[in-house]
Write a protein that binds this ligand. Structure first.
Ligand code: IVH
Length: 670
């Protein structure tokens, strides 16, 4: 009994803390704790509730996971109808709106509240004594669908309001929406899984909320901004502004861009200001809503038909338009990524002319089934590259051409590769001009061949003048050739030649790393060098042998084989050898030196006082240990400095021994 009482107290305290941190995060947008700490509170609460299921309540923050699917949605009769808004598209129409109000309202001067018009779907939520009891869609304004279970899964919807003496009944209204970035990720996943794509964030939000299976809703990232008071008992406020302030105090998330305006001049300035920022927002908006602030004035003004007289929506130009796909081309980015691009008949969208749209990658291309010659709906939202929403298939004539990504790079003709579980198709050629500069910057960088003085600027010049066409050309540069470069004095030439020469003796591991094989980082390169001992043996390794090397899994092994099969890359390796670059491990050691950490896999996280990350890694290796970049069940120790990241939480979860910097130093004395 006493145990139960203790658990009850701790559960209550955890819920209070979580509610407080939700408020800091969602309403004030200023979290006080790290995600890992928050997760820890949730973990503790979950484990206590698992031990004492009788203490679980519906308003516990753990109860957002979604429940068994419904057979259908129930109906909800709105106690006060949800109205829609009249639109204005010009300044003159806004001024008319103001005039109508001034004529009808004889009381004190009118103040307006102006709010971004979020492009999502309207929802109504009812709280009784502070507890969320029911949520509904707008429906036809009189009756909506009961989506309580789905709304419960949204992190920014409080299951319980903050504060004492909460109103008996409080119905609040707001807009549920999906951030553009979450929308893109969702479509990306759907493309990969061959599921139909959502046309825009609003459809994605609506589709996610009108799910009979609330577990699906829980897996989507939705958000809500609250913007209106509905039916209420036990709350008295005078202005809409006060309503919004009140919302914030009880933990209901309110859009931070909302302002008060004393007159139409200020309202117009606000409309222009928000339109200028429209691209930078993380969510879609389709205009600004202008509302009379005084609630008594709102009442007096009333409504005509389905829209209130006291509010109006100023609409921005649509971010979607229709045009024709004249061609589809493939662009090769600096990392070798192939991106299909639609060349469009130029069209005006939300204030700019659009003539190209991205088709992202092979999956999205396939999922959207956009063909050359198609009439399409395009969307330009945010400061991202415009994209194609979908083809209008009813406009097809049969002349349209299906397009698929080529299997060779359109720039250098090397093979292209798509790794399992990756959306991007890449050119694997190291000498591909499209990726050359970036590849060379990596090759010469500190952790790789470490060629001092060979930074992006010089590399850019060397590539532009044609002196370098692949990394091996670095070792065939001469003083005479370098003299042709602009702004290269004798001294700089001398220094560069010395640095290039010095880099020839870098250990094999660095040479392998410098090649820039996808997925082969420093740690993997070190294992490969230790295992094979020479470049020759490495280049002859079979996929199976590669997979036998520590840290090398199936994906990395695949990436290495494709890389080595490309003739361009073999040629580069051959010329590096010819130039005298180290091609074998000087004194071939086993991967691990004997020492107190022999055979142990160690992960570093956070900042250490006495060592840089690199130094700490060297130290671990000199003690015989192996350094890994992420925590897994095979990790033996995690060394945590200050401000550790999620690796520490993961280590705790897996019950891995956590060491301090002092422990690490302690090994030195052993
Ligand atoms: S107030 C009577 N404020 O726009 C006024 N609506 O066309 C009711 N909307 O159905 C709405 N952002 O879904 C209001 N800040 C905002 C809004 C907003 C988006 C949507 C809402 C409503 C539609 C009206």
């Amino acid at each position: 009994m006493e145990r139960l009482e203790e658990a009850r107290l701790e559960i209550e305290s955890l819920r209070e803390q979580i509610l407080y941190h939700d408020y800091q995060y969602y309403v004030l947008d200023s979290p006080e704790i790290a995600d890992a700490e928050y997760d820890e509170l949730m973990r503790r609460l979950r484990s206590l509730e698992a031990a004492y299921p009788e203490l679980i309540t519906a308003d516990s923050p753990t109860q957002r996971v979604g429940g068994a699917p419904l057979a259908g949605f129930g109906q909800v009769q709105h106690r006060i109808p949800l109205l829609s808004l009249d639109n204005a598209t010009t300044k003159a129409e806004l001024v008319d709106f103001d005039h109508r109000i001034q004529r009808r309202w004889q009381g004190e001067p009118i103040t307006y509240v102006v709010e971004p018009k979020i492009d999502g779907l309207a929802v109504s939520l009812t709280y009784e004594d502070g507890i969320f009891v029911q949520g509904a869609t707008r429906g036809d304004g009189e009756r909506g669908e009961d989506i309580t279970q789905n709304l419960r899964t949204i992190a920014s919807v409080p299951l319980r309001l903050r504060g004492e003496r909460l109103p008996r009944v409080l119905e609040v209204r707001g807009e549920a929406y999906m951030d553009r970035r979450d929308f893109d990720q969702l479509n990306q996943r759907r493309g990969e899984q061959g599921e139909p794509l959502f046309a825009n964030p609003r459809n994605a939000a609506a589709g996610s909320l009108r799910q009979l299976d609330s577990r699906i809703t829980a897996s989507r990232r939705l958000n809500v901004f609250f913007y209106a008071l509905g039916y209420h008992e036990g709350l008295e406020l005078d202005t809409h502004w006060q309503v919004l302030e009140y919302f914030k105090t009880v933990g209901l998330r309110v859009n931070p861009l909302i302002e008060q305006c004393q007159d139409m001049v200020a309202v117009w300035e606000y409309c222009e200001k928000i339109e200028a920022r429209r691209d930078k927002l993380t969510y879609d908006i389709d205009g600004v809503v202008v509302k009379v602030d005084n609630l008594a004035a709102q009442d007096a003004l009333g409504a005509t038909g389905k829209s209130p007289r006291w509010a109006i929506a100023f609409k921005y130009p649509a971010e979607e338009a229709t045009t024709v796909v004249e061609d589809i081309i493939v662009q090769v980015g600096r990392t070798g990524a192939l991106t299909p691009l639609a060349i469009l008949r130029p069209v005006e969208v939300a204030g700019s002319t659009v003539s190209r749209a991205t088709l992202h990658n092979a999956d999205i291309l396939k999922a959207k089934d956009v063909r050359i010659g198609d009439t399409v709906i395009i969307r330009k939202a945010g400061d991202v590259i415009p994209e194609i929403v979908k083809p209008i298939t009813t406009k097809r004539t049969g002349q349209e051409k299906v397009f698929t990504l080529p299997d060779h790079c359109p720039v250098c003709n090397a093979e292209v590769q798509r790794l399992p579980q990756e959306a991007v198709t890449r050119c694997v050629g190291t000498a591909c001009p499209a990726q050359l500069v970036e590849g060379l910057v990596h090759f010469a960088s500190r952790g790789a061949m470490d060629i001092e003085g060979m930074g992006p600027a010089i590399i850019g010049q060397l590539v532009d003048t044609g002196l370098i066409k692949d990394p091996s050309d670095i070792y065939f540069l001469s003083r005479e050739k370098l003299r042709d470069l602009p702004r290269m004095g004798e001294k700089s030439i001398e220094n560069l030649m010395t640095a290039i020469d010095a880099s020839k003796t870098r250990p094999l591991a660095r040479v392998i790393f410098a090649l820039g094989i996808r997925l082969v980082g420093e740690a993997a390169a070190r294992e490969l060098a230790a295992h094979f001992g020479s470049m020759e043996r490495f280049t002859q390794a079979s996929r199976e042998e590669l997979q036998g090397v520590p840290l090398i899994g199936e994906k990395i092994a695949d990436s290495i084989t494709t890389f080595l099969e490309e003739p361009q890359n073999r040629r580069v390796i051959g010329r590096l050898a010819e130039a005298g670059v180290t091609m074998s491990e000087a004194n071939k050691k086993t991967a691990q030196e004997p020492g107190p950490l022999m055979g142990k896999t160690v992960v570093l996280t956070g900042t250490l006082e006495g060592y840089s990350r690199q130094e700490a890694a060297e130290l671990v290796r000199s003690l015989g240990g192996r350094v890994a970049s992420s925590v897994s069940r095979s990790t033996d120790y995690v060394i945590a400095g200050s401000n550790p990241g999620s690796k520490l939480a993961k280590a705790e979860e897996l019950e891995i021994t956590i060491l301090t910097e002092a422990d690490l130093q302690g090994f030195l004395k052993e």
